[in-house]
Design a protein around this ligand. Sequence first.
Ligand code: MOS
Length: 721
Amino acid sequence: MTTMTGTPAVTGAVGTAHTRVEGVAKVTGAARYAGEIPYAELAHGWLVVSTVARGRIRSIGADAVLAMPGVLSVLHHGNAPRLDIDYVGLLGRPDPTLAVFQDDRVPYLGWPVALVVAETSEQAREAAEALVVEYDEEPHDVAFAAGRDGTYTPENSAVEKGDVEAELAASAVVLDAEYTTPEEHHAMMEPHAAMARWEDGRLEVVDSNQGTMWVAAELANLFSLDPTSVRVRSEHVGGGFGSKGIRVHQVCAVMAATALQRPVRVVLTRRQMFSLTGYRSPTVQRVRLGADADGRLRAFAHEAQNLSSTVHEFIEPSAAVGRAMYASDAHHSVNRVVRLDVPTPTFMRAPGEAPGSFAMECALDELAEKCGVDPIALRVRNEPDAGPVSGLPFSSRNLLACFEEGARRFGWADRDPRPGVRREGRWLLGTGVAAASFPSNAMPSTAAVTAEADGTFTVRINAADIGTGARTALTQIAADALEVEPGRVRTRIADSDFGPAMIAGGSMGTRSWAWAVTGAAKELREKLALGGTVPPEGITVRSDTSEALAALAQKERYSFGAQFAETAVDVTTGEVRVRRMLGIFAAGRIVNPLTARSQLVGGMTWGLSMALHEEAVRDAASGGHVGADLAGYHVAANADVPLIEADWVEDTDADDPVGIKGVGEIGIVGAAAAIANAVWHATGVRHRHLPIRPDRVLLAGAVAPAGAGVSVGAGAEGPDA
Ligand code: MOS
């Protein structure tokens, strides 16, 4: 037993760089991921997915593969248990395609038609590849295009203020341009994997996800189980980015474990992930801006369109990004959807803001050019004092401080605004800028903090550390609230038995969890300060932030940032190289500069990847992807990524107990636009379609005539290939 009084108070962990508390375990391989944990009697499930994009399953040749070595079972629509898909979950009504093997319909290519379970993963795979499935194929339609037939406006997806058409007509300068972004994938390092087993009447799932409470609740709903009889854990996660919620692999694992009454693991292949784990929809976005000659906005109009599956609606809210950004007399923004024979898209890092900021921030740059105003000055001119549409006050808005600091460090003042005039050998050089914003919110969470008899503390919270450093941040936060060294705090996360907590999503995880941890830790410290001894079982204090969050005043709550990029464009090959990027953010109090910087730099790197590389190509004939792997889908690799710096300005959130806003998503916002704007500045050609591939650069005309030393592209309007 330890006497708790008289311990000198320690604070200051928050704001100090701290390596990951699980860092050694990760680099030594001691940290186990869901796909590699050994279990006695573990069987392995391998998915068989459809090879047609629409139709019905005519037959499944299960008997032939059941005779193969090690094969235990083939689950399909003819023998699988019935699931309940008629419920309202954490995110509303579930995607019906979650209910696998329920009928013979095939809604898209890559849809699960069977699960082969065998003693080893190799046996399961061999049998899955040998399984003959016959289909009655029907014509499919995967052609995504602006305003194509079937495009509709979902309820509550439009916002209107003033008369946009009248303000456009009265504007001295008008910009009207269409931008597109392609289908993009999360491409996290660790594939989806789940082990399910029944233990003492409880379903136990060991998974890789962004929220065990979320997955446990969905599984309870789907299998009609008492929620308390489902336990989901997810200790280490190799990236999620919005893709690791409830997915078919968990459902399949539970089905097979129930049917066989032994542990079953299902791991998805990279190829299967392209059709089974969500993606970012392609977008078509029209932006119309009307301004006075000095660049003051009179009209702001942003119309976006994305696709979704035939069975479930997902809106990529690209057109929502401007609603909190720029003052204008009139505002119109709307997100439209068209339903095709494709998998349902999902959240992907900065859903809405990532593609939306590309269109909006490029449009602002084009308007700046037309008005002859510096792009930063244009943003200063249109800075609102309150929410441009809502009229609500901002909790804090330090966007201009980001531009000021960024411009100083990037050397913006020396910039020659003329495009296409800087040349270095075969490279044309340019710089570009864009703004970034992302909502800053918190969701109800519970936490428990225990003073142990040995003088240490244990924090239990159902948080998820998907690589963000959340576990470390929460350890620092708990240490400060307890006034002890972080080394005395052990933080346990990602176990649905710890009780409800926010998922790792929406840049809300760390803020939501920190709020709960701070509450419990402070109360525990006060309790211990009264003196006495800690019994062997420890002293535990629990917290719940529901009431505190409900009492928060309505405000526009956002993080902001300024993105700068310098690019070099090879006039002979059309290759675009990013030479440097700088992002300055106002994203609340930074808990751990080391991991926060990594989040921001990671987001910016993805913005580079989005600008130049990423594009999932769907083949109209088959309805499936061309090159659904990390060879065919190019993400930026080390050689593509130059000097990327991220830093921040003071922006402590006064309404948050720790001052946090969240850094998970804002790093990607505006990054692709800054690069596209820099490509224009280099070449004089606007690239409105991502990615800015070499062939697009060449076709757009950024090529010097052979032997000519003249600058090219100045004023040129190339075709938008
Ligand atoms: Mo994120 S797209 O909120 O996981």
